[in-house]
Ligand binder design. Structure first.
Ligand SMILES: Cc1cc2nc3c(=O)[nH]c(=O)nc-3n(C[C@H](O)[C@H](O)[C@H](O)COP(=O)(O)OP(=O)(O)OC[C@H]3O[C@@H](n4cnc5c(N)ncnc54)[C@H](O)[C@@H]3O)c2cc1C
Length: 480
């Protein structure tokens, strides 16, 4: 949207009045940290950044933006990977950052529930739950930076989805500021509630396009008293998936994580650090990080040892962590691989899912096709395979030109998505659509689904002012 100089000055003046105590930032040096996401691939300077301290201030900002037709982008910890939370370049969008709305309103160990504000950093919410001997199970690499509002808006997953579900499965209620400034208070901690439509579901995974999440009521679980971690080597991804199916039954459904790392990925981690050696005596094509957890007084270690020794037909080698430090060391292989995979430059990220039973086929076919078509690039597959979710990322060769990289990313993405389509999977299991995956999403979504999506969008945001151009394309003029 084009905002003329006078309109811009006026808009900033009214927003400043609604947000006293430094709640509106306009100076270039202040805007910088809100203008670039974690990956560095997406940047865009906003009109200004609003940092409300209360739900009332958030509502005032939204009301003013609605009246003046100013586009708004809700922003959390900027760890989303689809270019949704930064202002679109040249679009004069107002960023509304939730970072000052970060309180833990309550934790109740009898309800096994907590109410947390949208700007609360996930790790802080997890620590608050732990103080009451409870577990907030959303767990992933960005938890020290991402916010609860961002987790809800992206329906975040992570390592423990196979046991506890996605964020959607953990949300009991929401408080949302709508595009016109009205507040919908749907906060409750009820486990069962069948009063009409389940409105909270509309906002979960909506990527900031339908409302601003100012608070969430979340399910908690007993904090595990025992956790056991094993690093297991296998001869193939097919055998890894067979082990997974067996582990669900053989370990009393106590599996909390089942992460796949292929040899290439492990080598990326090992090469990047002097203090990181091969974890086992020899190299294997496939590794799995498996974790069991329980709060019950059972012998978890013996359960895991017995399971692994009974699975000798699948397990080529493996080691069970003898201490918390050794378990953290196992997880470090995975984290290091994720952090260093890009060699500091751009790389293609995907976060697809297929039915769990088809995952090994997906990896073999997609990796095979990529290696055949782009032998000079490095394709890495890893992920939360217990959920059928794989990150298949493609790293360009060192020294590739910008043009080569663009062609590689377009071609490699289509190669990967072709296999996803054939296996009836999803092109996004975790990160969402944002701006980056919009074209691929629209071309794969049927007319009825798109019609329903536009109907919802128009009902809640008739002028397409909330995160315009994310998920759905914005009309050519936001006034229509
Ligand atoms: C190292 C790393 C590991 C990751 N691992 C995982 C993983 O395992 N699983 C997974 O699902 N994701 C993962 N992610 C992606 C990312 O962390 C999640 O999508 C996270 O939930 C985003 O939260 P955020 O606060 O950073 O949101 P942002 O990036 O700031 O925003 C993401 C989207 O949410 C919207 N939004 C943010 N806050 C609000 C709000 N209060 N109200 C309404 N809309 C809002 C934004 O407009 C945007 O559309 C990972 C990212 C990184 C960098």
């Amino acid at each position: 949207m084009k905002v003329g100089l006078t309109a811009r000055t006026e808009a900033i003046a009214v927003l400043e009045a609604a947000l006293p105590h430094g709640g509106l930032m306009t100076a270039d040096e202040d805007l910088a940290r809100f203008s670039r996401d974690w990956s560095g691939d997406h940047h865009g300077c906003p009109l200004a950044v609003a940092r409300p301290r209360s739900v009332a201030e958030t509502a005032a900002v939204m009301r003013l933006c609605s009246e003046r037709r100013i586009p708004v982008v809700p922003q959390g910890g900027l760890t989303g990977l689809v270019g949704a939370a930064v202002a679109a370049p040249g679009a004069n969008e107002l960023v509304i950052s939730l970072e000052r709305l970060d309180a833990v309103r309550m934790v109740d160990p009898i309800d096994f529930a907590m109410i947390v504000e949208g700007g609360c950093i996930l790790e802080n919410a997890k620590k608050a739950a732990e103080k009451e001997d409870c577990l907030l199970p959303i767990t992933f690499g960005a938890q020290g930076a991402c916010q609860i509002g961002g987790n809800v808006a992206t329906n975040a997953g992570g390592m423990n989805v196979l046991r506890y579900g996605m964020t959607r499965d953990l949300v009991l209620g929401l408080e949302v500021v709508l595009g016109d400034g009205r507040v919908w208070n749907g906060l409750n901690v009820l486990r069962k509630d069948n009063r009409g439509y389940d409105l909270k579901q509309l906002f979960i995974g909506s990527e900031g396009t339908l409302g601003v999440v100012t608070a969430a009521a979340l399910k908690l679980f007993p904090k595990p008293a025992q956790v056991e971690t094993a690093l297991i080597a296998l001869r193939s991804t097919g055998e890894a998936m067979a082990l997974y199916a067996r582990a669900r039954r053989g370990c009393g459904d106590l599996v909390t994580a089942f992460e796949l790392i292929l040899r290439d990925g492990l080598e990326v981690a090992i090469r990047s650090r002097d203090d990181m050696a091969d974890p086992l005596e020899r190299a294997y094509p496939t590794y799995v990080l498996m974790e069991l957890a329980t709060s019950a007084p059972i012998d978890l270690r013996t359960l895991l040892e017995t399971f692994l020794s009974d699975a000798q037909d699948l397990v080529a080698d493996g080691v069970i962590a003898q201490s918390r430090a050794q378990s953290q060391r196992f997880w470090l292989y995975r984290e290091t691989m994720v952090e260093t995979q890009g060699r500091g430059g751009p790389y293609l990220r995907t976060d697809i899912s297929v039915p769990v039973s088809k995952l090994a086929i997906f990896i073999d076919e997609a990796l095979g096709n990529l290696n055949q078509r782009y032998p000079e690039a490095l394709a890495l597959a890893y992920g939360h395979v217990g959920d059928g979710n794989v990150h298949l990322n493609v790293i360009p060769p060192v020294g590739a030109t910008a043009e080569t990289i663009t062609h590689l990313f377009e071609g490699a993405e289509e190669t990967i998505f072709d296999v996803v389509d054939r296996l009836h999977g999803s092109i996004s299991a975790e990160h969402g659509i944002g701006r980056v995956k919009q074209k691929a999403f629209l071309s794969r979504t049927d007319g009825v689904a798109l019609d329903l999506a536009f109907t919802l969008k128009r009902a809640l945001d008739p002028h397409f002012l909330l995160s315009p151009g994310r998920i759905l394309p914005a009309p050519t003029s936001p006034e229509t």
